[in-house]
Design a protein around this ligand. Structure first.
Ligand SMILES: Nc1ncnc2c1ncn2[C@@H]1O[C@H](COP(=O)(O)OP(=O)(O)O)[C@@H](O)[C@H]1O
Ligand SMILES: [Mg+2]
Length: 205
């Protein structure tokens, strides 16, 4: 059975890095898969991604931000994720719906119930089989992001915002221990990679 795997975590937690490890593993095992990301993943969803990440003089209101994330996600689910799973391809996505609860809910302070409503409406019963949570204190992730180059509209938030995001993710992982696996990305790249491999061997049967 094709699996749907999502990677979550803060800015610079190492999602893109870990995604390459997962891709190499699946290639080696000859498991057919697609690697994708949120926001984005389709042509139109990538355009919405640009709207979400570019800095602008006009404030993007939290409600607009939430709706744009879900608009992008809806395109992504209907045009890419579901068709791939129906073809028995594994789908590995850099972020998914958990990120809306963490960022727009815990981070921006929007009511969970509104996010839940959008989730039930637009995501329905599509649920990741496994979610890898990459965890590191926001200061570490942000330093890594800064070393990487220009910051996007979300990366320029205050540290408190990222602390709320991190705590939300950790609480969620605690509530859903069978879906979530947490990897501490304060560790060296070698250690993180090794932990990802161990996890993959466990879930990829
Ligand atoms: N465990 C790690 N130790 C040191 N540097 C790391 C580690 N994981 C990622 N990095 C580096 O930190 C930066 C951000 O990582 P990235 O995978 O792009 O994070 P994300 O996709 O979560 O924003 C990259 O330059 C990456 O090489
Ligand atoms: Mg990334």
């Amino acid at each position: 059975m094709a699996k749907f795997i999502t990677i979550e975590g803060g800015e610079g937690a190492g999602k893109s890095t870990v995604l390459r490890t997962i891709q190499n593993y699946l290639q080696k095992k000859k498991i057919e898969h697609i690697i994708t990301r949120e926001p984005g993943g389709t042509v139109l969803a990538e355009k919405i991604r640009s709207l979400l990440l570019e800095q602008s003089d006009e404030v993007l209101l939290p409600e607009s931000e939430l709706l744009l994330f879900f608009a992008s996600r809806h395109q992504h689910i209907q045009h890419k994720i579901k068709p791939a799973l129906e073809k028995s391809l594994w789908v590995v996505s850099d972020r998914f719906v958990d990120a809306s609860f963490a960022y727009q809910g815990a981070g921006r302070g929007l009511d969970d119930k509104r996010i839940q409503y959008l989730k039930e409406w637009l995501v329905g019963d599509l649920r990741p089989d496994h979610t890898l949570l990459l965890d590191a204190p926001p200061a570490i992730g942000l330093d890594r992001v800064k070393a990487r180059g220009n910051l996007d509209r979300i990366e320029v938030e205050q540290i408190d915002f990222f602390n709320r995001v991190r705590h939300y993710y950790l609480e969620l992982a605690d509530k859903e221990p069978t879906r979530f696996h947490i990897i501490d990305t304060r560790l060296s790249l070698e250690n993180v990679e090794e932990n990802v491999q161990v996890w993959l061997r466990r879930i990829a049967v």
